[in-house]
Design a protein around this ligand. Structure first.
Ligand code: GLC
Ligand code: CA
Length: 540
């Protein structure tokens, strides 16, 4: 496989609204991000994935774009954006833009035109259908509850929106649409960005009349065309958000010979605490056995025909330390354990803002505290279906997207140093204890574990290129694997439980510990008693 910069990189995701406010309006912004670049340089990351900063009425916090070539008023100006790219590049940090092209905002000029009537030149940029028996065209559902079809009085037709009704789906069948998108992508590439994270890209090949949404027949054809017309000859990272990807599908996207994307985000591990065939809100206990199976399957099945992305967190998911770790007694230990377990795998790791200091979920008591459209719509839908309020709030606390969207906790001053004004979303009250300032002062903080993990990847090709092999016959809660490269072997051992456990190995020689979350200098592998959430990496 040809070696690219992104194979050995670590990416940091910024959710701009919640990262750093610079002008006291309670909303994070581009100047705020610029002011924190030194911090990110210290952490050691190579690129920032910037959640959408384009013009948007914010029905879905920027994932509803009304102008792809301008910046959201609250976030700043296009000049601020240019400055961010330059300032980041001075610190060897690239900017990965979030490309949201499955849909636009209903306030995008294309949709405003399209709504003017069936003859409008932009009508076919979107997906319109006549009513069937005086009702919606078919049973397609929106991810944000309800039908995916919205009626337009003026023309008597419905338009498709797989997300909110303010996010009408673009029609990729239309060549003009694709051309406009490629021009827009080139506009950003010409500014010197480092690539794109592609929002719900698996949906662009949809065939609405057959109720096919993900993995449609023309999906890969479109991506190959996009690659040819935009980033194909540039040295950039592209990562597709693909909820329905299996390893076989992931290879279609990321096999270098196919000229599509660098890698995809797959979500199989993320769904393991959900009941099969139901909604994400229908919880079940996580099976660590399944987690090991799923992650090791992904580690071994792509081979040279694809590349993994590695993540526990993003702006759509609860904080892993709260969900699968223990965010009270063992917050530090479990946060470090998840970091070590992930960053020693093969693939490109993504860190979501605040993960590196062990930020936690923010429990709500009432729907009035929620900002996220997905949770709000689900709340009303389930209330109507007869679910109890308590039950719905419990689901939101477990899986709601606001959990990870609370403002970044910088220090112990009011609002965690995020803003001097009124924050757009509640700051987690634990900011006095959990914040960047404290993390930087404590040599044993989660921050320094992440910093070291990033360094390890830079200094040791085995971390980037080594083969992965799961160690079987460990206790259920122990996830252990080897990495092997050019005669060298590393062993990663993690106890995913709040109880002590055991690990034993034939080797009797003490092994050198490369990194751990309890203070261990060397380890007798023959029989290790693992502490709660202990993780260690040894050189064999
Ligand atoms: C992706 C984004 C999510 C957004 C949705 C619609 O899943 O990550 O935040 O709501 O797409 O754009
Ligand atoms: Ca601001």
């Amino acid at each position: 496989m040809e070696r690219k910069w992104w194979h050995s990189s670590v990416i940091y995701q910024i959710y701009p609204r919640s990262f750093q406010d610079s002008n006291g309006d309670g909303i994070g912004d581009l100047r705020g991000i610029i002011s924190r670049l030194d911090y990110l340089e210290k952490l050691g990351i190579d690129a920032i994935w910037l959640s959408p900063v384009y013009k948007s009425p914010n029905d879905d916090n920027g994932y509803d774009i009304s102008d792809y070539q301008d910046i959201m008023d609250e976030f700043g100006t296009i000049e601020d954006m240019d400055e961010l790219i330059v300032e980041a590049s001075k610190r060897s940090i690239k900017i990965i833009m979030d490309l949201v092209v499955n849909h636009t905002s209903d306030e995008h000029k294309w949709f405003i035109e399209a709504k003017k009537g069936k003859d409008n030149a932009y009508r076919d940029y979107y997906i319109w259908r006549d009513p069937v028996d005086g009702d919606v065209p078919n049973g397609l559902r929106s991810t944000f509850s309800g039908s995916a079809w919205e009626y337009d009085e003026a023309s008597g037709q419905y338009y498709l929106h797989l997300f909110s009704k303010k996010q009408p789906d673009l029609n990729f069948e239309n060549e003009e649409v694709r051309k406009e998108i490629y021009d827009m992508m080139n506009f950003w590439l010409d500014k010197g960005i480092g690539g794109f994270r592609m929002d719900v890209i698996d949906l662009i090949g949809k065939v609405p009349d057959q109720e096919i949404t993900g993995n449609g027949p023309k999906l890969h054809e479109y991506l190959q065309e996009m690659n040819r017309k935009t980033f194909g000859n540039r040295d950039v990272l592209t990562v597709g958000e693909t909820w329905g990807a299996t390893p076989e599908i992931a290879k279609l996207y990321s096999d270098p010979k196919r000229n599509e994307l660098s890698m995809v985000f797959q979500f199989e591990h993320i769904g393991l605490d959900e009941q099969a065939g139901k909604e994400k809100w229908d919880l079940q206990a996580l099976s660590i056995g399944r987690l090991k199976e799923v992650l090791s399957k992904w580690q071994t099945s792509l081979g040279n025909e694809g590349w993994n992305s590695l993540f526990w967190n993003n702006h759509d998911l609860p904080r892993i330390v709260s969900r699968w770790g223990n965010d009270e007694e063992y917050r530090t230990e479990s946060a470090k354990m998840f970091g070590i377990l992930l960053h020693l795998m093969k693939g490109t790791p993504y860190i979501y803002q605040g993960e590196e200091i062990g930020m936690t979920n923010y429990p709500i008591n009432d729907i009035s505290e929620v900002e996220d459209i997905e949770s709000i719509n689900m709340y009303h839908e389930r209330l109507e279906k007869g679910y109890s309020k308590e039950n719905i709030i419990e689901s939101i606390n477990a899986k709601g997207r606001d959990n990870a969207r609370t403002p970044m906790q910088w220090d112990d001053s009011e609002n965690g140093g995020f803003t001097t004004g009124l924050p757009w979303l509640h700051v987690n009250p634990n900011y006095q204890k959990i914040n960047v300032k404290q993390s930087l002062e404590d040599p044993n903080s989660i921050f320094y574990t992440y910093q070291r993990l990033i360094q390890l990847r830079k200094e040791n090709p085995i971390v980037v290129w080594g083969d992965f092999e799961l160690v079987d016959n460990t206790p259920e809660e122990v996830f252990a694997y080897y990495r092997r490269y050019e005669g060298e072997t590393w062993l990663v051992i993690a106890n995913i439980s709040e109880h002590s456990s055991h690990f034993s190995h034939l080797d009797v020689e003490p092994a050198e510990v490369i990194i751990s979350n309890y203070q261990r200098n060397n380890a007798r592998l023959k029989d290790i008693e693992l502490q709660p959430y202990e993780a260690l990496v040894v050189r064999m």
